[in-house]
Design a protein around this ligand. Structure first.
Ligand SMILES: *Cc1c(COP(=O)(O)O)cnc(C)c1O
Length: 432
């Protein structure tokens, strides 16, 4: 075991030299050094054990150090960890493609592997542009989306993130201009209000000739606000997209693989997108891998365009280690009654977080599937609140005024209770 001095050395070096997501290099928030992680527990170097409430940003749905996934990595490692995908193919990529095509909405039968969610989003947008280009409409080169979205950190993906939280002000002269409608207001369980669709309909009516596609996160807006909205919004939107010749892109990078109570969030609707991105939980949190799926027609149209090819090809495309792990992760998910498990978590989160509503610092509490959100009236002091969470033995990382949790699906009732109780107590303590 590493001693205090050893831990300090790691942290000092980290603080001076290593960038963390969205952090300052001059005034960084505290980071916690991890020794290992197993099932739903993250173990810090000083021996502290934390119940994981984040699934490492939606990814580790089966928990950590899972024997089935470990085995998939090990057995693939014996064959090859990687070969280039240009001109070569392999069983892991083909097997995973077959599985993904089988479980995603029916029209999606052509697949492109990317190395991260942001790249999968870039690929989706490029597909849409190349599609219209091939159809002789190169002027359809903008996108339509809704506010409060999040689609990744690369520039084009960032340009369709929420204009405020996506820091558009800072990059105004770098971003291409896209068209933003109001975010859907109707909650997931609310009766749908037709007025909810008015904003995006009028944005589409005005800009469809210049636009290639509508891109949005179905049902759950993740890092842009943790909002859950009505499936009817998407049903209506599909019809409007058809009418105005727009492709519909679903970014299911956060929602995919059961998190919302359906295998994919589109499963709450009656419709299918033309292009869909998956990532995050794809490999069960083991490795970075994402994919963009589309229809036969779009793939063929692109291939019949001027370039004759789809213009994208990452170095680590279709990485065999990642593909084998992803296939094992999906099979693992489908091997048990995941739906029932998500329902149990949904109930536990609902009951456990409901009392937060009584705090005057809390604006809203909402739960969908294995996602629980406590929206505070004011932004939280992340450093301070995190210290309290750690003292109570849980790992939660809030942002802005959102304290939220999406635990690994394997979490048991006792740990889930501890998790929600710790969130509730901490929320009551802070702000006083
Ligand atoms: C996380 C996320 C992305 C970006 O994925 P990365 O792997 O971080 O690049 C894109 N879209 C949504 C909806 C996400 O939640």
């Amino acid at each position: 075991m590493i001693d205090r001095k050893g831990i300090k050395k790691i942290l000092d070096y980290d603080r001076e030299h290593v960038w963390h997501p969205y952090t300052s290099m001059t005034n960084p928030l505290k980071v916690y050094p991890v020794e290992s992680a197993d099932k739903v527990r993250i173990k810090l170097l000083d021996g502290t054990e934390l119940i994981d409430g984040m699934s490492s940003w939606w990814a580790a749905i089966h928990g950590y150090n899972h024997p089935v996934l470990n085995k998939a990595v090990k057995s693939q490692l014996k064959k090859m960890s990687h070969v280039m995908f240009g001109g070569l193919t392999h069983e892991p990529a083909v097997g995973l493609s077959e599985k993904l095509i089988q479980i995603t909405p029916e029209p999606l039968t052509r697949i492109f592997f990317a190395d991260s969610g942001s790249v999968a989003v870039e690929v989706a947008m490029k597909m849409a542009f190349q599609y219209w280009h091939a159809r002789g409409k190169p002027d359809k080169n903008r996108l339509i989306t809704v506010k409060s979205g999040y689609h990744g950190d690369t520039f084009f993906a960032m340009s369709v993130c929420d204009p405020v939280t996506g820091m558009h002000g800072m990059f105004n002269n770098v971003f291409p201009e896209h068209f933003f409608a109001k975010a859907p207001l109707c909650g997931f369980h609310d009766r749908f209000q037709e007025s909810d669709i008015h904003s995006i309909r009028s944005v589409i009516e005005k800009n469809h000739e210049k636009s290639a596609a509508v891109i949005l996160e179905p049902i759950v807006q993740g890092a842009g606000g943790m909002r859950f909205y009505s499936p009817q919004f998407l049903n209506r939107l599909r019809r409007i997209c058809n009418k105005y010749n727009l492709l519909l892109i679903f970014d299911e990078i956060a929602t995919g693989f059961g998190r919302t109570g359906k295998l994919f969030a589109s499963g709450h609707t009656d419709i299918a997108p033309d292009i869909m991105c998956v990532g995050k939980a794809l490999t069960g949190g083991y490795m970075t891998l994402a994919a963009t799926l589309t229809t036969r027609d779009i793939a063929r149209t692109i291939s019949q365009g001027i370039s004759g090819v789809f213009m994208h090809g990452p170095t680590f495309m279709g990485n065999p280690l990642a593909c084998s792990t992803a296939l094992a992760s999906i099979n693992l998910l489908l091997s048990y009654d995941w739906n029932k498990k998500i329902k149990t978590i949904e109930k536990g989160l609902g009951q456990g977080l409901a009392p937060c509503r009584d705090s005057k610092h809390v604006k809203d509490v909402r739960v969908l599937g294995a996602i629980g959100v406590v929206e505070m009236e004011e932004p939280v002091d992340v450093g301070k609140i995190q210290e309290k969470f750690i003292k109570k033995g849980i790992w939660i990382r809030p942002f802005g005024n959102l304290v939220y949790t999406m635990p690994p699906y394997i979490i048991n009732e006792k740990d889930l209770k501890t998790l929600t109780r710790a969130i509730k107590e901490t929320i009551y303590e802070t702000g006083k």
